[in-house]
Design a protein around this ligand. Structure first.
Ligand code: TEU
Length: 557
């Protein structure tokens, strides 16, 4: 699966933003990489408060990205090349500009109940601080309730005030959403990536949850995985024909745990197909603080969490394998070593480790050439609403500007949203004009043209990994066994079927390592893939290898 963030992929008409014809123009690049499915982040009509995750019309393309005909062309061209299209589908909320919400602002309208409108807290004055119906925090800072002076009530928005939560309890809401999705299926899309889908069911009545230090409830347990979640998703599956038509159903699930995801992605339940989960990306901040409270992660924790998800969904559900997307910093900067000496090697080794696991690997645009974090040094360079909200609140609370900049440099979503670096030209071959977000200054070296010209590049390593998965069924079906769980530098595991066994061994550090004791013997094994041309007795810094073990070397499992 290859994720395209269309705003930052390719600008065909010189308006500083990526667009659909820009995507169509790059399909050969994706086909050559070996991509099977494209996930397209939202291209629907939107006021773009959250770059399209605030939808004002689910059935049309925003003029920034082109026209419906361009989307039809994209679907047709993808299908011609044997690739599929998964559309992002944001069902937890709409934009405030959606006609449903505009109508809903009128208390007498039948649409009033399509969103969560609530009066002020008992014995408070509506519109004054603390009068909000519950103590819930928005995921993007501040409170989750916006006051509407006209009606004297509040509406719920778990994200920005521009993203009011839809009330799935109302059957008319569900029917309208399902009918809209059926029309997309008829149009030819092959599936959906359901944005924060486990937020659609809330526990009623909406009530205060445990308060954090700021007095607000940040506990996703209160807002996520509500009592009717499975019922709603099953109804959607049946009504849209997700299982029946074998459509891809990727569920992004905020703060979900293994037991729940195992149920949600069990094909027998006819709910969702794959789970995008977060536990492995929650290891580099204070466990009780926000993502901005930086803390180095430990490899043993990452291995433990990934192994728990491998084993937890094995034989029942299905994992999405990802280290990077439009909400996350660049993986080579976060988990690898993005210095010139080790950038390419560490990007390859992260990829080897991830792609040989069980599940569906996701590549986020630019990851396949080892793009790094943005390297922004001033607040003005950040455009993302979450980053801007964080900076404003943190500065107001007394955090120094240099600490705010350090947190943004490590964690801002804009790290992954800089324009795709296609070549070394001034705007990275993304656009003929100054793009909406600055290009990464290192595009002069790290870009697609340079990667294609270098047989040893990160890009060709990804191509090999994809080819290996296509060739070897064990990569899809094999049982996963974590080796050396306590080693803080080596990531090693086995993938086994009755016929074949693979050993993946990776040095996740910028120092060479001895060949670890406790690995199976590889003297008669076949080396299928490696990052270094010469395999020695030890492991070089950021070296990774994939072996097929010989019949005699296989550990008895
Ligand atoms: O993100 C879900 C989510 O909960 C986010 O809080 C995510 O964890 C955060 O961006 C990390 O900083 C989805 C989309 O992927 C994201 O782009 C949207 O902003 C969000 O939903 C609201 O639609």
């Amino acid at each position: 699966m290859y994720q395209i963030y269309p705003r930052s992929f390719a600008d065909s008409n010189g308006d500083a933003m990526g667009d659909l014809p820009g995507v169509v123009g790059r399909l050969d690049y994706l086909a050559d990489l070996g991509v099977d499915v494209v996930w397209l982040s939202p291209v629907y009509r939107s006021p773009m408060d959250d770059n399209g995750y605030d939808i004002s019309d689910y059935e049309d393309v925003d003029p920034l990205f082109g026209r419906l005909a361009d989307l039809d062309a994209l679907i047709a061209r993808l299908h011609q090349r044997g690739m599929k299209l998964v559309m992002d589908m944001v069902l937890n909320h709409t934009s405030v500009e959606h006609p449903w919400f505009r109508e809903s602002r009128n208390p007498a309208s039948p649409k009033r109940d399509w969103y969560y409108w609530r009066p002020a807290r008992h014995r408070t004055l509506a519109g004054t601080p603390g009068a909000e119906p519950t103590n819930w925090a928005s995921f993007f800072g501040g409170r989750a309730w916006a006051y509407d002076p006209t009606s004297g009530e509040y509406y719920l928005h778990l994200y920005t005030p521009g993203q009011p939560d839809l009330n799935w309890e109302n059957p008319d809401v569900r029917q309208a959403l399902f009918a809209m999705m059926r029309r997309w299926v008829e149009r030819g899309v092959d599936g959906f990536r359901f944005d924060c889908i486990n937020l659609i069911s809330k526990t009623l009545p909406l009530a205060d949850g445990p308060a954090g230090p700021d007095g607000l409830c940040h506990d996703a347990g209160v807002v996520a995985d509500g009592p009717r979640f499975q019922e709603f998703v099953r109804e959607m599956n049946q009504s849209v024909g997700l299982s029946e038509r074998d459509l891809l159903a990727v569920g992004e699930m905020v703060l979900v745990d293994v037991p729940k995801a195992r149920v949600y992605t069990n094909p027998d339940n006819r709910e969702l197909g794959l789970a995008i989960t977060f536990e492995h990306l929650e290891l580099d901040h204070d466990p009780n603080g926000p993502k901005w409270s930086l803390k180095p992660y430990r490899l043993v924790d990452l291995k433990r969490v990934l192994a728990a998800w491998q084993n937890g969904l094995a034989g029942v559900g299905w994992n999405c394998l990802y280290l990077e997307n439009h909400d996350q910093p660049r993986s080579v900067s976060r988990f690898g070593d993005d210095s010139p000496q080790f950038r390419a090697l560490s990007a390859k080794t992260l990829a080897t480790t991830l792609h040989m696991l069980q599940g569906t690997p996701f590549i986020y645009q630019g990851e396949e050439i080892g793009m790094t974090n943005a390297g922004f040094t001033s607040l003005e360079q950040y455009k993302d609403i979450e980053s801007q909200n964080y900076a404003r609140e943190a500065l107001a609370a007394g955090t120094s500007e240099s600490d705010v900049l350090a947190a943004l440099a490590a964690k801002s979503r804009d790290n992954a949203r800089t324009p795709m670096s296609w070549d070394a030209s001034p705007f990275a071959g993304f656009s003929p004009v100054t793009p909406w977000l600055e290009v990464n200054a290192n595009h002069t070296e790290i870009n697609v043209a340079a990667a294609l010209a270098d047989q040893d590049s990160v890009y060709y390593h990804y191509r090999q990994l994809i080819a290996l998965r296509h060739e070897l069924p064990v990569v899809t079906t094999g049982k996963f066994t974590l080796l050396l769980p306590d080693d803080d530098r080596i990531f090693a595991y086995l993938r086994s079927t009755d016929e074949v066994q693979l050993l993946v061994v990776a040095n996740w550090s910028s120092m060479p390592a001895e060949w670890p004791a406790g690995l199976p013997d590889v003297s008669t094994a076949t080396l299928l893939l490696n990052t270094h041309s010469e395999a020695t007795g030890g492991l070089a810094a950021w070296e990774s290898r994939v072996y097929r073990l010989g019949a005699n070397d296989r550990p008895d499992l």
